[in-house]
Design a protein around this ligand. Structure first.
Ligand SMILES: Cc1cc2nc3c(=O)[nH]c(=O)nc-3n(C[C@H](O)[C@H](O)[C@H](O)COP(=O)(O)OP(=O)(O)OC[C@H]3O[C@@H](n4cnc5c(N)ncnc54)[C@H](O)[C@@H]3O)c2cc1C
Length: 548
């Protein structure tokens, strides 16, 4: 990616074919698809790329076994089609980012023969829907097999487990790989750039937008022939900016996750808790040397805050603990995250957990704004394809084929299974550092390791317990438009998910590297460290955890 200052100049000086508003999974997917079809494209995000729902997901590349159950029980063809599409998309997502996504086994513990038969039949249907894209056939595991695979499972009354396959991925880094692939294809991307207002041509169609630089508070104008609104839960605000007569469509729901040490529930497989007190499912998934537990699904009210609250953590533990031999405790939480699902409202009042995760491309004929609403991470590519088809239809030229089904993303070319071992040996790295670099950056880890020639001391870790070296931070500042401590610790490196306490310890080192690269003065650096520590301290206090 270009440095932010250069991208900002290009954004102002170019007349674009398309401006995509929103740099989450949906917007980044749209921008890549459009640029690869030859449209000169600008991608803007009001915050950092992937700073909203796209880094707060359960990190599953899946059709959704619960949605399939819902579809069958309610004869909902639309939902059935959504699961099928997602299962097909799963294949592309795994293949295009092999360093960021992989298949995994999920175990559903069962406590009777009848339940075993029910879940196995459901999973066989899930396999069949995936067709050629199925990852492994689902199977029944005896009680002993289940305990051997998942030693932390509650043994009393256990009949066995149904094992099925799905995908897992690194959501924030996948988003960044989409943005990086887009800019490598010639696109212009800018973070901290909020679309605040539109300007129209003489026919009332959108022709330009006032953009507010959220870092400098400066405003500037950008011009494009077409605008795509891919702002997730912010979609209604942008729709109303374009046309105040539009009725709201979004019905967001809040979901939280908790992270624990992987020793709390050993084993390499994921657990699906098949029934919660509100009729949903939750997951406990091994993720990047941690256990990720989630998620909740709560209606958003004016009082909703974007932090993990104590009652939400207690809810998750209450659902999970009956399945564990050694129950998890709130004091063991290392980190957490909260996000809002961009669900589209259904007619009538439906609980958010019942709203289907399908997407919709909406054209506002008055302003020409094209909004992409709803969907999920797994279907981001298909959503982008449908959206850019609509853009090209509106432009009146040919609708070209999307090129993204088989398009290796940044870091994928040159990456192979033993890549981490290769860099571990070649650069004398610790195994955890090599695994981390390969898993987050794929073959682009080599660009990071080259920086060690410039400054060998960048081989030092940013905190003792974190597998992150200083060269990684410098690379992300120079090449991935990281502008704040949080950009680096939450999304570029994942340290904030790994451990809140470790992230706070790393903040001064990260701030010093930001200061050196971006010419921050000492007061700005100190304020950045204090601001970050306060924010994380707030997250910890919210859960009643000790700070630091
Ligand atoms: C708790 C939870 C768990 C989930 N789990 C899964 C899962 O396991 N698998 C799966 O497939 N899906 C999952 N999802 C769904 C998935 O995460 C979302 O569907 C997806 O990330 C939405 O991406 P998006 O780009 O549409 O929205 P977002 O990621 O919210 O991005 C929208 C972006 O628009 C920007 N924006 C807003 N207004 C403006 C403006 N005026 N100008 C410029 N930019 C603006 C925002 O800053 C934001 O970055 C989950 C979601 C949640 C919340």
């Amino acid at each position: 990616m270009k440095p932010r200052s250069e991208a900002k100049v290009s954004a102002q000086e170019t007349k674009f074919d398309l401006c995509v508003i929103g740099g989450g999974a949906t917007g980044a997917g749209c921008a890549l698809d459009a640029q690869l079809r030859g449209l000169r494209t600008l991608l803007l995000d009001a915050g950092d790329f992937a700073s909203a729902a796209s880094s707060a997901s359960t990190k599953l590349v899946h059709g959704g076994v619960r949605y399939l159950e819902q579809a069958v029980k309610s004869f909902n063809l639309e939902e059935y089609r959504m699961v099928k599409n997602a299962l097909h998309e799963r294949r592309y997502m795994l293949a295009n980012g092999p360093h960021l996504a992989h298949s995994a086994h999920f175990l559903v513990p069962v406590y009777s023969l009848a339940r075993a038969a029910y879940y196995l039949a459901g999973m066989k249907m899930y396999d069949a829907l995936a067709g050629k894209g199925n990852l492994f056939p689902s199977s029944f595991l005896s009680r002993n097999e289940a305990i051997a695979r998942m030693p932390g499972l509650r043994k009393a009354g256990l009949y066995g487990a149904v094992c099925y396959s799905d995908g897992q991925f690194d959501d924030a880094r996948y988003d960044l790989a989409l943005v990086e692939s887009f800019t490598a294809a010639g696109g212009t991307a800018l973070n901290y750039a909020r679309v605040a207002e539109f300007e129209r041509d003489k026919n009332g169609k959108l022709a330009a937008a006032t953009v507010r630089d959220e870092l400098s508070a400066e405003e500037f104008l950008i011009r494009a022939w077409k605008f795509v609104n891919a702002t997730g839960t912010g979609a209604d605000k942008v729709r109303l900016l374009a046309n105040p007569m539009l009725a709201p469509r979004m019905h967001p729901s809040k979901g939280v996750h908790l992270l624990f040490s992987s020793e709390t529930f050993p084993g390499g497989d994921a657990l699906l808790v098949p029934h919660t007190e509100d009729g949903r499912v939750i997951f406990a998934v091994p993720w990047q040397e941690r256990l990720l537990v989630g998620t909740t699904d709560d209606e958003v009210t004016p009082a909703t805050r974007m932090v993990v609250q104590r009652d939400e953590a207690d809810y998750l533990l209450r659902q999970l603990n009956p399945y564990l031999e050694a129950p998890l405790r709130r004091e063991q939480i290392l980190s957490g995250m909260a996000g809002l699902r961009p669900l589209v409202a259904a007619p009538g009042h439906v609980k958010s957990s019942k709203l289907i995760r399908d997407h919709e491309v909406e054209l506002d004929s008055l302003s020409g704004l094209i909004s992409i609403l709803g969907g999920k991470w797994t279907t981001h590519r298909l959503m982008a394809e449908d959206t850019i088809n609509a853009v090209q239809r509106e432009m009146g030229g040919p609708v070209l084929a999307s090129m993204t089904k088989q398009y290796p993303l940044a870091g994928a070319r040159g990456f192979y299974k033993d890549f981490s071992r290769h860099i571990e040996k070649e650069y004398c790295l610790s195994a955890d550092v090599a695994r981390h670099l390969a898993g987050k950056f794929g073959a682009n880890a080599l660009q990071i390791l080259k920086l060690l020639n410039e400054n060998p001391s960048w081989k030092e870790r940013i905190a003792t317990e974190l597998p992150i070296i200083q060269a990684e931070i410098v690379h992300c500042i120079r090449n991935e438009m990281a502008e704040t401590i949080e950009d680096l610790l939450a999304r570029r490196t994942g340290a904030q998910m790994y451990s809140w306490s470790e992230a706070v310890q790393a903040a001064p080192v990260v701030a010093a590297l930001l200061a050196a690269e971006l010419n921050w003065d000492s007061s700005r650096t100190a304020a950045a460290i204090a601001g970050y520590s306060d924010k994380i301290g707030g997250f910890q206090r919210e859960l009643g955890l000790h700070e630091g």
